[in-house]
Each structure stands twice: as C-alpha cells, then as structure tokens.
Design a protein around this ligand. Structure first.
Ligand code: ZN
Length: 641
C-alpha cells in the first residue's frame, strides 16, 4: 500500500500507510490530552471526521471541542441525537426536517400532529442521556443523490426528499447513529458519548423553509457544551436575559403594547412609554440643534413615481407595502425618508457657500417583515428612524464624517453605551459611481475613524452598491451586540434626482449625500435600552422620577400640596395615597422601578419635609421639597454630561 505524509501545522511530518484514519494518525502526532479534546480536524480548509481514512498527503489542524468550531460540531451532533431520541420515543408520528447548530446552541424542526411542548423535555433528555451512554458511533456514508432520494422516500421522510430534490450535488453524505440516518454534510463527534452536557431550552412554531404557506413545524431549541461549568454560566446568562426581556418589562412598566386587532409589528406606546420616547426625542433634537442640524418633517406616503425615480421599486420593493390609489394616481407607503429630504433640497437652488447642509428627521417608515421574524420592539413593521442627510462638497466629506462619529459616540455614551465594534464596509462587486468617488469617500471614512482614534474592522466588499459605509455595533450590559448606528456615503440618489449646486467656479456640481442614523430605529433602540437598564432607567430618562406616599390619611392634604409643588418644578412625579400599608406601596413603586420614593408621615408633615428612599432601598435623611428638586436636577445633569 502507498505511503502518505501527514503533519500538523507546525509539527514534523510522518509517514503512514494510505487509508489510515485520522484517529490513528493523531495517536502518533498529538498528546493524549489534546487527542481527548479533538473532535474533528481541519485539512485544506475542510472539516473532517476523525474516522475519515486519509489517502493523500495532508496537513492537519486538530479542532478542540472547546473551540468555537469544535463546540459547533458538538451542538450539531447533539441535534442529531435529539432527533434520534424523538424518533425512538415517538416513532412514526414524527417526520424530521432540519437540525443545524446555531449561535449558542442548536435546534431541530419536527413535523408532528401534536406539537412538542417543554413538558416533553424531561423524557427526551432522559432518552438522549441513554443514547449518549450507549456510545453510538456516527458513521458517514456517501451516496449518489438518486440513491439517497430512493432511501428517504422508502423511509417516508418527505422533507429530506424535498431537500434532495433541490440539491445540485452528484453525491451526498449521510450519517447513521443507532436507528437514525440523516442527510448531513458533517462532520460529527466520533460517537454519542461526547454528548454529556446538554439542555433542551424551548419550543417554537416554525414554518417549513420559513414559508408561511408551508407546513408549520415544531422547533425544539437546545444547547450543548464541552464543559458543565460553561453550561451553568450560559443558563445563568439566559435567566438574566429573560429577566431583562423588553417584552416582559414593557408590559410590567406599562411602556408599550402590541395587539392583534391593530396588527403584528405595530407598536402602541402607552403613556409611560410615550413619555420615555419624548424624553429621548427631546434630547436628540437638542443635541442636533447644537450640532448645526435643522429639523424636517415629511409625509408617510408618496406617489409611486417617486419610488421609481429613487430606485426603491427596482431594488427594495419586497420590503415595501402594496400601492394605494388616490385620485387615479398610485401612492406607496415610505420605506425610507431619503427622497423626501431630496425634495426639500430640490425646492430651491443651492450654492457651495451653504454647505454643509445637515437635515434631520425622526421619520416613521414602514417595511415588510415576515410575521415569524417580528420580535417585540426589536423587529417591527412600522418604526421611526433617527434619520439625517448631509449634503456637502467633496472637500468637506472627511470633516462631516468626523462630526457625525463624534455626535454619534456622544449620544450613545449618554445612554450608557461606551463599548462598541466599528466596521468599515468597502466597495462591493456591483456598484454605481466612479472609482475616484469611491476612493475619495472610502479614504474620508478611514481618515475620520483614525482621527477619532477608533479601532475598526474592514468588511471588504460589504458596502452598499451606492457607497461605502461605517456601522457601529453597541455592546449592552450583558455584553450582547446591537447594530444601531450607520453612516453611508451615497453617489446614487444625487444622480437619480439630478441634484446640483453652484460651485465657486460658477458651474453646476453634484453634491455628496450622506445618510446616517445613530440610534437606528427608536423602537429598537428603546428595546435595547430597556434590556440594558433592566427597566431601571437613569433619572433623566425615568418616566416617573418620584412617587409620593403617605403613611396615614392625615397626611393626604400635605401630599397633594407637595405633588402640585414638585410637578410645577418639572419633576415627573406621581402619588400613591391609597389606604394601603406603606410596605405594599413601596413594593409596587419598586416593581415599577421608580427611582425615588418620597415618604410622608406626621413628622414630615409638621416639619414641611419628605423622607427620601432610593429604588435600591437606600434611605436619605429627610429634606425639604426644594432640596429634593436640587437633588433631581443635579442627578439629571450628571446623567447627560
Ligand atoms: Zn437616507
């Protein structure tokens, strides 16, 4: 038999008989400890099972089960074992669809008349543990597509048949473990004994192939780790995220509601949420005014012809809602504000002396999202962008970008975000505009980032077809990333709308247009804020800053007077004068995350003071109402510094 030469990336090369499996080779090349953690190998960029026979010279890279790639393989394999457990338990009632690894875990989609529920988890987990104990090997097998089709047809697995019918490949791979055979690219753990630390998490309805016209399946989500401690930490994080879920807190705090009668993905702001939003909007407008922006308001619909000129009907129509007819002319809801701002620009002639023009708008747009993709405030069908468009000359571009980044980071910091990842996306394969334009603006974006001292990653070719862009992802209290801010240079719309200005040479020129949103969408940003602060907003953002509570009815009149006095001073205050125990009132205020409780008994009434209690339980000495106003003003200023 011919010999093959195999080496590790930085190790010596050894010779083996052709056909030796990766497992056997690793016995010679790596230590026992490393081998125990090796779940698969990488060779020429492809992942291979440990059982793969090697028939040509190779350089191998062992993949540890503790690495990101390794744990993905473990999770994918756990999905298979879960499917086997489900098949063994529920047999013919169940058809299997697909089961990949995802971020933080895995899922498998099943077709069963009675959908699975978390009540089934204990049974399935127990079965999975038994199957793990049985040390079932994962056996890879290749077949022609036609053979595989016949195989899954006989097995009565229509979803696999459909997938196979749509594949181009000549041959496909199958994995067998126990009584279960799955269509799968692999690789997998060598055997089921690797699957020790796992947990099933939740179920969700899921349309086959995400298509609402197809069969509704049950998706069981789970996770798996190489290490018990990591699973524990993950479950703790999950519990923390659950406590902070903005949908739950939004209800508890009376911020917003979504109702079927109104329509999915459409937000109703309740009074407290509306107040929170107004505080954010006021702050946003003030900051923009300070930074030389002018505010615009534009309509929600426009003639369909506008969207033809802008290119949205050609490139964006699947995100737009159907047209409506008004006086025999077709109109459509806006998915973006840009063409309206251009309309304002084109209303008058412009000179180079006016530049830069900075126009901003809290513009509400409507975009189609699949029902299944909707998620609280995070993914909606109608939302308000904190939009702005800057029109400038090429020589002003870099400074304008710098100013935008500066304002951007300042605003994010005020909301408690000072950790972010910055991405610069460059020219994609398909693009409009001249190479000179692209070069100029990409350089301007780079220079501005560097001047600001920001480290950034380049996403080559990920720019929009009309220009390069900067994206900023913020990190919240739990370390999760949220894409909010985007800054995009555009050569396309000024061209399409024939925008011009008179240059210092007296000739017509085309202005550069920058699109930017800092918070992205108010809905989503507020969703992130709720989770970031776990609903306990800093004082300057709290819809209710303080709540007055009396100890007995004797202080009722004094509390009313106090309420009027503080409200007149601009404190967002409420009162709880019900005939309830003080502890009960305090608990309710704490549930509503009210920053300050002002407690009034006989002594406070006589002395004309209040006793102040913070929402964390800390008590401050009694103070006059004026002293409390000062305290609130100071803390709010500090919050916005
Ligand atoms: Zn725009």
């Amino acid at each position: 038999m011919a010999a093959i030469a195999v080496s590790l990336q930085d190790g010596e090369t050894k010779s083996f008989p052709s056909g030796t499996t990766v497992t056997e080779i690793l016995k010679d090349l790596v230590s026992g400890k490393q081998r125990k953690q090796t779940v698969a190998v990488k060779a020429n960029g492809a992942l291979l099972d440990l059982s793969t026979p090697v028939t040509s010279d190779l350089t191998l890279e062992p993949i540890s089960v503790f690495s990101e790639e390794g744990v993905d393989i473990l999770r994918h394999s756990t999905a298979h074992i879960m499917a086997l457990a489900v098949k063994e338990l529920f047999g013919d009632q169940v058809k299997v669809a697909i089961g990949p690894a995802i971020e933080d875990g895995f899922y498998y989609d099943f077709d069963r008349e009675k959908p699975f529920s978390p009540d089934d988890f204990e049974l399935i987990e127990k079965k999975m543990a038994e199957l793990a104990e049985a040390r079932l090997p994962f056996i890879r097998q290749e077949m022609t597509r036609a053979e595989a089709l016949r195989f899954f047809e006989q097995l009565g697995e229509p979803y696999k048949v459909e997938l196979l019918n749509e594949m181009d490949a000549e041959t496909v791979s199958l994995y067998t473990h126990g009584q279960f055979v799955d269509l799968c690219r692999g690789p997998h753990v060598p055997d089921s004994s690797w699957i020790k630390v796992f947990k099933l998490l939740r179920v969700a309805g899921s349309y086959w192939r995400g298509d609402e016209k197809r069969q509704m399946l049950t998706r069981i989500y789970g996770t798996a780790f190489a290490d018990k401690k990591e699973l524990q930490q993950y479950l703790t994080r999950l519990e923390e995220a659950r406590k902070r879920d903005h949908r739950r807190l939004g209800k508890q705090l009376g911020l917003f509601t979504i109702q079927d009668q109104i329509g999915p993905g459409l937000i109703l702001w309740q009074p407290r949420g509306a107040l929170l939003r107004r505080l954010i909007e006021d702050y946003w407008k003030d900051e923009h005014y300070r930074n030389g922006y002018q505010l615009l308001y534009t309509p929600h619909i426009a003639r369909q012809d506008l969207w033809k000129t802008s290119g949205h009907l050609d490139f964006y129509s699947e995100n737009m809602y159907a047209a409506m007819e008004i006086d025999e002319v077709m109109y459509q809801l806006k998915p973006m504000n840009c063409p309206f701002h251009i309309g304002v620009y084109n209303a008058e002639p412009h000179s180079y002396r006016e530049f830069p023009i900075r126009w901003c708008e809290l513009g509400t747009v409507y975009r189609y999202e699949r029902t299944g993709a909707l998620h609280g405030l995070m993914r909606v069908r109608g939302f308000t962008q904190d939009d702005a468009h800057i029109f400038c000359r090429p020589d002003q571009l870099e400074e304008e970008i710098f100013n935008i980044i500066d304002l951007n980071l300042h605003i994010l910091k005020t909301f408690g975000f000072d950790q972010y990842d910055v991405y610069l996306s460059t020219r994609p394969e398909k693009y409009v505009g001249s190479d000179d334009h692209w070069e100029l603006s990409t350089q301007a974006l780079k220079q501005a980032l560097e001047k600001k001292g920001l480290t950034y990653q380049i996403d080559p070719g990920e720019g929009v077809f009309y220009g390069p862009k900067i994206d900023i992802k913020i990190k919240d209290q739990l370390g999760r990333s949220w894409q909010c801010s985007t800054i995009q240079v555009d050569f396309n719309l000024p061209e399409r709308f024939q925008m011009t200005y008179t240059g210092d040479d007296g000739n017509d020129h085309q202005p550069i247009m920058i699109h930017r949103a800092l918070m992205g969408s108010l809905e989503r940003f507020i969703g992130v804020l709720i989770e970031h602060y776990a609903g306990a907003f800093p004082l300057w953002l709290a819809p209710e800053q303080a709540r007055i509570m009396n100890i007995t009815d004797d202080q009722g009149a004094y509390c009313d007077q106090l309420y009027a006095q503080l409200r007149a001073r601009g404190i967002r205050i409420d009162k709880d004068l019900r005939n309830e125990k003080l502890n009960y009132k305090i608990r309710e205020a704490q549930l509503m995350k009210v920053p300050y409780m002002l407690i009034v008994g006989e002594r406070e009434k006589e002395e004309g003071t209040v006793t102040v209690r913070r929402r964390d339980g800390q008590n401050l000495p009694a103070m006059t109402p004026e002293a409390f106003v000062d305290l609130v003003m100071d803390e709010c200023d500090l919050g916005k510094a």
